[in-house]
Structures are given as structure tokens and as C-alpha cells.
Write a protein that binds this ligand. Structure first.
Ligand SMILES: [Zn+2]
Ligand SMILES: [Zn+2]
Length: 366
């Protein structure tokens, strides 16, 4: 990851207003409204926003100055700071800033956003590797369909709030000052409901338990989180929160995972290691139940690895796969038949190896 000061193009001693100016410049240059469908600009926009998010927060900036990215790593350990992965999150975090800067993408008052929800989903190893669809059951506040989220009973209408005349704000005197506050009668909605919707009692949202289909992409790993935008709780006059699906992946004793690479150990007899030959290995094909044979050259050593390029874990959201690394575990027989022992002794003689002599019937040589 690039140094955050470098991302914003400022000195480490930059003041808060220098940072804001630098971010303003970059945000304007790479703003998605000015660069539609430009992935590079979008990444630059996110990078600058992430950098500004950290450096504009005194506490996070201090930790970053002292410990670098380690100091600001999120609890999930994934990215620096909380890390914006989504443009809309940037607008909701810096909405006010963009409001001034760009003539109101977020149009003045920030819209309320519903709570985020979390569900946990268990996956088998094969499901994580190859992707799957899972059903998750969530109980959440959703926009009331009966009243179309207006809160007014069907056939009736919400009326303009008489206290604030629909402005949502009221102005009153406090000492010498005129203070503007949220209208207490309509709580800022600007509307009053005379006949509340019987389904949601005028709240505009109501709890519902739904079963959602979650598409799990191929290549996900244990502990990763999928984000379903707008599938969290709905709020009156706002946007819904997000649903976070936390993935728990079962292990598979045949495969050890290292990022996008997969490691398997394959037992090979010392004879085959010495002479070469074919060995059968497990593969990720056929829902992780596949197998194939690989050719060993004579003289293979314990711990030797054979790399099968592009046969590892699929890259999430990208083409291609990691590698499959096959490691040889050379096995020495624990017991020998008399004939095997005879041959081995012959081999020892040939190699000039001074081996332990054969024991007599009572465990002692004569
Ligand atoms: Zn309703
Ligand atoms: Zn009002």
C-alpha cells in the first residue's frame, strides 16, 4: 500500500487544512461523476478517500505516524483503517464535504441510514473454493409495502406538518440568538399522518423475516465478509443499511490453503522417490473430489515440491487461479517381509552401508 501522505501528495507536517485542500483536489479530479465508468479513476478516488479518512482523524493520524499501517489496521485485519470499498460509503462519510465541493450530491442534510445487520454462514471447503448460493434468514425492518413507506393508511395522505409548515425544522429564540432545531411535532419529516397505516402504525417500516439468496463467489476464505448493500434495516425517510454476511469455512484435511495457493502432501515410498514413477494426488477439480497422477523424476527428495500452476484457488472477482503445490512426504517402511529385508540388505552391501546386523531368534546375535 502506498504511503498515505504520498497518496494525498502532502508533507508529513501538513496541516488539517492542507490535507483537506489536497483531498479536495484529488476528489474533484477523480470524482465518479466526472469519470463515469472509469475503474482507474474510481480506485484513485477510493485511495484518496481512504488516506483522507485516516489523516483527517487526529487519533488515527498519530497512530499511523507512529506505527504505519499496523497502527490503523481494522479489527478484521484486512485493510488499513476501515477501508472504503464502496463509493456510496465515501459519500455517506464525507457527505458534507461533497455537499460544499460539488454542489450537493448529498443535498444538504445527510440522509439517515438504517442499521447494518450481520449474519453468519457456514460453508464447506468445496463451497468456498467453487462458490455457491446460500439461503440466509434475516429479520429486519423493511419499507412498509401497504402504505408504500408513507406511513399513511391506504387512501389517505400524509399532510404537511402544521408546526413547521413542512420544513422539518423550527426556528425559535434562545436568548439573543435564533436557533434552528428539528421540528418536535414531525421529527424532521415535514409531514403529519392523520390516519396511520394499520400495517406499520405510521412508522413507514415494519419488521419482516425474509429468506435471502446470497451468492458466494468462488475463492472466498474463512472469516471473509460479503456485503449486501441495502439489505440491512430500513429507516423512515432514509436509505437502508447493509447486510454483512460473515463466512465460516470448514477445513479439509487434504488441502492446506495459503491465500490463493493450495498445498497438498503426497506420501511416496522411498523406492518410488529413488526410481521415479507416477503418484496419484488430490485436486480441487470435481468439487474438490478430483484426482490426477503426476510424474516423479528419479531421485525425488523428501519435501520436494511440484507446482501445478493455475490449479489453486480461484481469485475472487477475477480471472485465474492460484497454484497447487504438491509436497512429497517420503515414507520409509516400518516393517519388512523377510524377502524385502533380504533385498534391502543386498542393496546396503551394494551401497557399502554399514547397517545393523540381523538379530537372531532371541534378539541377540551369536
Ligand atoms: Zn405502512
Ligand atoms: Zn414538523
Amino acid at each position: 500500500m502506498r504511503d498515505l501522505y504520498e497518496v494525498l501528495g502532502v508533507e508529513r507536517s501538513a496541516s488539517a487544512s492542507d490535507l483537506k485542500k489536497a483531498y479536495y483536489k484529488l476528489a474533484k479530479q477523480y470524482h465518479p461523476d466526472h469519470n463515469p465508468d472509469d475503474k482507474v479513476a474510481e480506485d484513485k478516488f477510493k485511495e484518496a478517500s481512504n488516506a483522507y479518512q485516516v489523516l483527517s482523524d487526529d487519533d488515527q493520524r498519530q497512530r499511523y505516524d507512529r506505527f504505519g499501517f499496523d497502527g490503523i489496521r481494522g479489527a478484521n485485519g484486512s485493510t488499513g483503517a476501515s477501508g472504503f470499498s464502496n463509493i456510496e460509503d465515501i459519500f455517506s462519510a464525507f457527505g458534507d464535504l461533497f455537499g460544499d465541493f460539488f454542489g450537493g450530491r448529498s443535498a444538504g442534510r445527510r440522509q439517515p441510514r438504517g442499521a447494518d445487520l450481520r449474519v453468519d454462514v457456514g460453508l464447506t471447503f468445496a463451497e468456498a473454493v467453487w462458490g455457491t448460493t446460500k439461503e440466509v434468514k434475516v429479520t429486519r425492518e423493511i419499507a412498509c409495502a401497504a402504505c408504500n413507506a408513507t406511513g399513511a393508511a391506504p387512501g389517505s395522505k400524509a399532510e404537511k406538518c402544521s408546526t413547521c409548515q413542512g420544513r422539518g425544522q423550527v426556528v425559535h429564540a434562545q436568548g439573543f440568538f435564533m436557533v434552528q432545531t428539528t421540528c418536535p411535532a414531525c421529527r424532521g419529516a415535514g409531514k403529519q399522518i392523520k390516519e396511520p397505516c394499520p400495517e406499520c402504525r405510521g412508522r413507514t417500516t415494519r419488521p419482516e423475516t425474509t429468506t435471502l439468496q446470497v451468492t458466494v463467489p468462488a475463492g472466498v476464505d474463512d472469516g471473509q465478509t460479503l456485503r449486501l448493500a441495502g439489505k440491512g434495516e430500513a429507516v423512515p425517510n432514509g436509505t437502508a443499511g447493509h447486510l454483512y454476511v460473515v463466512l465460516h469455512v470448514q477445513g479439509d484435511e487434504r488441502f492446506r490453503r495459503d491465500g490463493e495457493d493450495i498445498l497438498t502432501e503426497v506420501p511416496v515410498s522411498f523406492v518410488k522417490a529413488a526410481l521415479g514413477g507416477e503418484v496419484e494426488i488430490y485436486t480441487l477439480d470435481d468439487e474438490c473430489k478430483g484426482s490426477t497422477t503426476i510424474e516423479l523424476k528419479p531421485g525425488a527428495q523428501p519435501g520436494d515440491t511440484i507446482v501445478r500452476r493455475g490449479q489453486g484457488i480461484p481469485r475472487v472477482g477475477h480471472a485465474g487461479r492460484g497454484d497447487h503445490v504438491v509436497q512429497l512426504v517420503v515414507e520409509i517402511p516400518k516393517k519388512l517381509t523377510p524377502r524385502q529385508e533380504e533385498l534391502m540388505r543386498e542393496l546396503a552391501t551394494e551401497l557399502g552401508e554399514n547397517v545393523r546386523e540381523k538379530r537372531g531368534l532371541f534378539g541377540r546375535k551369536k
